[in-house]
Write a protein that binds this ligand. Structure first.
Ligand SMILES: *[C@@H]1O[C@H](CO)[C@@H](O)[C@H](O)[C@H]1NC(C)=O
Ligand SMILES: *[C@@H]1O[C@H](CO)[C@@H](O)[C@H](O)[C@H]1NC(C)=O
Length: 310
């Protein structure tokens, strides 16, 4: 308190005194900041009316924002259309600048405050820090589980088309086309969903990975129905319920993650995708099991043939 009083006395006694602006550390912003505040504080304000102030924020030589107290006019610079201050706060010495993150550019900003004949300037550095949407491990799992689920579907497709000659061509082609479309959509999603900071591109990539897994449920259902001797057994119903559960979890996870700049709900999403892959795996194992059981129940003619071959 005392140094301030001394300063005030000193500045009062000596007309050409400067405004004292507090030195501030560099300020950081991330993708999570909707707005960015660059601080600037004057510690020895004397004026009691806004008319006495003139404030100028600059980025290099570029004008960021000016406030003319006499005119009560605020003028943001061309590239900083969202820049604003709270004029009344100037009376308390606060000249901090606020702008949308989209306008913020990392670098040195200068805050120049004029109060009647006194003036002061300070430079504040604005830094951008990268924060990842998903951690690298989470990124890998988010790509791997759906891809695994698709590969397992293709495995089921192979079992159905190779083991059961009774399946019609139309059904085979339909399954193939649906599987192919799903595979392509997921690959596009995975390409858009490159690791890094949150962006709408990455969010849509994630959507393309997660939402189409609903098709996997339909495909698994079709495969069960098409394969003779499987149909809606209690085991296939259980697998389908598990898969629906996985889908619901991953869609809820997707919904939550998409509204977060750092995905805190990724475990929900990832466990959903993991359950989908598990359901596909169980489906394939079940089908293989049924198919091999069927082979052992051979028509009598073949059963006679086999011992002869050995
Ligand atoms: C960004 O947000 C954080 C957390 O809300 C805050 O502490 C920080 O001051 C903000 N950065 C800027 C430059 O406004
Ligand atoms: C605005 O930004 C662009 C690109 O960053 C730059 O070329 C241009 O000079 C800036 N406008 C002004 C008024 O300085």
């Amino acid at each position: 308190m005392w140094p301030l009083v001394v300063l005030l006395l000193a500045s009062a006694s000596c007309g050409s005194a400067q405004l004292i602006l507090n030195k501030t550390k560099p300020v950081e912003y991330t993708i999570c900041n909707k707005t960015v505040v660059i601080p600037c504080f004057v510690s020895n304000v004397e004026a009691t009316v806004l008319d006495d102030f003139y404030l100028k924020w600059k980025f290099g030589n570029e004008n960021v924002f000016t406030f003319d107290g006499e005119q009560r006019s605020s003028t943001p610079g061309k590239n900083f259309s969202s820049a604003t201050i709270v004029p009344e706060a100037l009376l308390n010495g606060t000249a901090s600048l606020k702008m949308d993150r989209s306008d913020a550019v990392p670098g040195n900003y200068s805050c120049e405050v004029t109060e009647l004949s006194r003036e002061g300037e300070i430079i504040v550095e604005l830094k951008h820090r990268v924060v990842l949407w998903f951690s690298p491990n989470e990124n890998i799992l988010i790509i791997i589980f759906p891809m695994l689920a698709i590969l397992l579907f293709w495995g089921q497709f192979g079992v159905v088309t190779l083991k059961y000659s009774t399946v019609t061509k139309e059904k085979t082609i339909l399954l193939f086309v649906a599987g192919l479309v799903l595979t392509i959509v997921m690959i596009v999603g995975a390409i858009l969903f490159i690791p890094g900071e949150y962006s709408t591109k990455k969010a849509s990539g994630l959507g393309l990975i997660v939402v189409p897994t609903v098709i996997l449920i339909l495909l698994q259902y079709s495969v069960f129905m098409i394969a003779p001797a499987i149909g809606m057994s209690s085991f296939s119903i259980a697998i389908l319920i598990l898969q629906v559960l996985g889908f619901v979890l991953s869609v809820v996870g997707l919904r939550l993650c998409i509204s977060e700049c750092i995905a805190l709900h990724s475990p929900l999403l990832i466990s959903g995708l993991g359950i989908i892959a598990l359901a596909e795996l169980l489906g394939l194992v079940y089908m293989k099991f049924i198919a091999s059981n069927q082979r052992t129940i051979q028509p009598p003619r073949k059963a006679v043939e086999e011992p002869l071959n050995e």
